[in-house]
Write a protein that binds this ligand. Structure first.
Ligand SMILES: [Zn+2]
Length: 323
C-alpha cells in the first residue's frame, strides 16, 4: 500500500475507537447550552451554528485526533456513533429497532449512513493522511437481527448487501479504502459469503478490504477467492496464523494484525516489532499493511492510544532496519 501512504510499511486501523460522548448527562447539558445560547440571542430560529448539537462529533474528533497523534497512515472515523450493527440497522428501511434490530419488511437503502461522519473526518485530516470507510458485512448484519419477515437468512443477507452497495456508492468519493467487516464468517461460514462481499463492493473503484476476525484457518481458502485487495485478520492473537497463511498463494495484500485488541494493556514496541519482523520473514513488505487485530472499542482510551503509538514506533524502527 506504499502507493497510498508513501511508506514502505503502511499503518492503519480496523475501525472502532473507544471515544464516546461523556454519557447522557453530557448530551443533555450540551443541548441545554445550545438552547440557552439560542434564547440569549432572542430568536429560536437564530441558532448559533458554531455550536453543534451532535455530541458524537466530539467523540469522532477525539478518535481522529488520537489516530493522527499516533501517526497512523490510513485512519477511520472511529465508528464512535454506535456499535457496528446498530449503526447500520437503525438506518435501513425494513428494520425496527428494539433491543436487537427486528426485520419487519423488505430491506432497502434509505439514505447515506456514514457519509456525513466520513466527510467531517476527512475535513479534519488534511491531504497526507488517508481514510477508510467501514461497512458491517451483510451476513454479520443478517445474523445479528431478529428476522420476522424473510424467514431465510440468505435472502435477508442478499437484500442487506444490495442496500449496502448503495452506501458504498455514497462514500466512495470520500475515502481511499472501503472495508467490509464480517466477524460472523469465522463463526459459521456461509457458502454465499463471497457473493455478499462482492455485491457490497461492486460499485467502487477504491481499495477494497475484508476484515474477518477470529480463527480464519478453516475458511482461508475460501477467503482468497473473494475479489478484494486486502484480507485483514488477527495475526497477533492467533499465533501460527501467519505461518498457515504463508502456505497459500493469493493475490490480496494482508491486513497484518500486529497488536492485540483483546488485551487491555499496551504491548511494548519490541513485542510488536517482533511480530512485524516475523511477518516480513514470511511475506514481502509490499504484501503487508500493519494494524491492530480488530477494533479497539472495548479498551481504555489511554491503552488504545498507546497501542497505536507503539505500533507506529515499531513500524518506524523496522523501516529503519530495512534501509
Ligand atoms: Zn474484528
Amino acid at each position: 500500500m506504499s502507493e497510498v501512504s508513501g511508506r514502505r510499511l503502511t499503518t492503519t486501523v480496523v475501525g472502532s475507537f473507544p471515544a464516546r460522548p461523556l454519557g447522557r448527562d453530557f448530551e443533555r447539558s450540551y443541548n441545554i447550552d445550545v438552547g440557552r445560547i439560542t434564547s440569549m440571542k432572542g430568536s429560536p430560529n437564530d441558532l448559533d451554528t458554531s455550536i453543534d448539537p451532535d455530541p458524537f462529533k466530539i467523540s469522532l474528533e477525539r478518535s481522529v485526533q488520537a489516530q493522527l497523534d499516533a501517526g497512523i497512515d490510513i485512519i477511520s472515523d472511529g465508528q464512535t456513533r454506535n456499535d457496528m450493527v446498530t449503526l447500520f440497522a437503525s438506518k435501513l428501511n425494513g428494520i425496527r429497532m428494539k433491543t436487537r434490530p427486528v426485520v419487519i419488511g423488505d430491506i432497502s437503502f434509505n439514505s447515506p449512513i456514514t457519509k456525513d461522519d466520513l466527510l467531517y473526518a476527512r475535513g479534519l485530516i488534511g491531504d497526507n493522511v488517508k481514510i477508510k470507510g467501514i461497512i458491517t458485512g451483510a451476513y454479520t448484519m443478517a445474523r445479528s437481527c431478529v428476522d420476522e419477515h424473510y424467514g431465510n437468512v440468505e435472502n435477508l443477507a442478499f437484500d442487506i448487501a444490495e442496500a449496502f452497495s448503495k452506501e458504498v456508492e455514497a462514500i466512495s468519493d470520500i475515502v481511499d479504502v472501503i472495508q467490509v467487516d464480517e466477524p460472523f464468517f469465522s463463526i459459521d461460514r456461509p457458502e454465499y459469503g463471497k457473493d455478499l462481499v462482492e455485491i457490497i463492493l461492486k460499485n467502487t473503484n477504491v481499495y477494497k478490504a475484508l476484515h474477518v476476525c477470529g480463527d480464519i484457518q478453516p475458511l482461508f481458502e475460501d477467503l482468497i477467492e473473494i475479489k478484494v485487495d486486502i484480507l485483514d485478520h488477527e495475526f497477533a492473537a492467533h499465533t501460527g496464523l501467519d505461518n498457515f497463511v504463508a502456505g497459500f498463494d493469493f493475490p490480496q495484500k494482508l491486513g497484518f494484525g500486529c497488536v492485540r485488541s483483546d488485551v487491555n494493556e499496551a504491548e511494548p514496541v519490541n513485542k510488536i516489532k517482533e511480530r512485524i519482523l516475523k511477518g516480513l520473514d514470511l511475506f514481502s513488505e509490499d504484501k503487508l499493511l500493519l494494524d491492530p487485530d480488530c477494533g479497539l472499542r472495548n479498551l481504555d482510551q489511554k491503552v488504545a492510544c498507546q497501542k497505536l503509538k507503539n505500533m507506529v514506533e515499531a513500524r518506524d524502527q523496522v523501516e529503519k532496519e530495512l534501509e
